[in-house]
Design a protein. Structure first.
Length: 277
């Protein structure tokens, strides 16, 4: 059996990959090390040093109590469920209209979706805040839900690629049987878009779960805190309780990492299949 041959390019490639892996794992490792340290231990030891015991769960209990993480998880889950359902319904309907019908402003609508994707979100916040305030949604959970309902250009393209693979003959056969356009959408188009919908649901769920900007700006009330804004309970202008912050970040990070690891194949499959169909 001949020995493995390594070219200079292969060595460099593997070295870069290992460096990338180390850079990705380094921050979570620091969180794990410091989440189990007491305040005294954290202040007197290096952040790279192992904790005295990995069975010290006091920080996690403090985080649950002070940050009201149970309520934060409930608020986050409510926003995700309502916003994702609404987002999927609106996205599939828009894709159905743009993918199946020809009308005067079709190219204009498509162009608007693409153009908006190039506009930095921060530049539109004054206008967005005014709209939210005038709709009396400010400081309510509906502010985040409504702002996450919009269909992104990525979502639209994924749906359109899958829709183009659905034969129009199915629509025509249903019309000959007397089915309305909405019934065609409900019984044919929507079910056949399930693979794309699974991809969108996962992407949107992660996006909402990680979002801090919208809840912080539009839902400042403590009772409306979500998992991302609950971290502010451990930081002030003068100091940060890093041992508690580490525990809080770890508790918030683990669920979404587990979800991503279990469902990442659906995300990649949905995007790749939509791109080649």
């Amino acid at each position: 059996m001949t020995g493995a041959k390594f070219s200079p390019f292969s060595v460099v490639k593997h070295a870069i990959l290992w460096i990338a892996v180390a850079m990705i794992l380094f921050p979570p490792s620091i969180l794990v090390l410091n989440a189990f340290k007491s305040k005294t231990e954290f202040s007197q030891t290096s952040v790279f040093k192992l904790p005295a015991s990995f069975l010290n769960f006091d920080n996690f209990g403090t985080v649950m109590t002070r940050a009201h993480l149970d309520r934060a998880y409930l608020n986050t889950l409510t926003i995700i469920v309502v916003a994702v359902i609404g987002n999927v319904l609106l996205g599939t309907m828009v894709a159905y209209i743009l993918g199946r019908f020809d009308f005067k402003l079709k190219k204009t609508v498509m162009g608007a979706y693409i153009a908006v994707s190039f506009v930095p979100t921060i530049t539109t916040q004054v206008a967005t805040f005014t709209v939210v305030h005038n709709l009396h949604l400010y400081n309510t959970i509906w502010a985040s839900i409504v702002l996450h309902l919009g269909t992104s250009v990525l979502q639209l393209f994924i749906y359109l690629q899958f829709l183009h693979n659905i034969p129009r003959e199915l629509d025509e056969a249903a019309m000959m049987e007397g089915a309305s356009l909405f019934r065609i959408y409900r019984t044919i188009i929507f079910p056949l878009l399930t693979p794309a919908t699974a991809t969108i649901v996962i992407i949107k769920t992660i996006d909402i779960y990680n979002d801090m900007f919208i809840p912080y700006l539009y839902m400042p009330a403590q009772k409306l805190a979500v998992v991302s804004t609950s971290l502010m309970n451990f930081s002030s202008e003068r100091s940060t309780e890093w041992e508690l912050m580490s525990a809080a970040i770890l508790m918030i990070m683990v669920p979404i990492v587990v979800i991503y690891l279990f469902f990442q194949r659906y995300v990649f499959a949905g995007i790749v299949n939509g791109a080649v169909k």
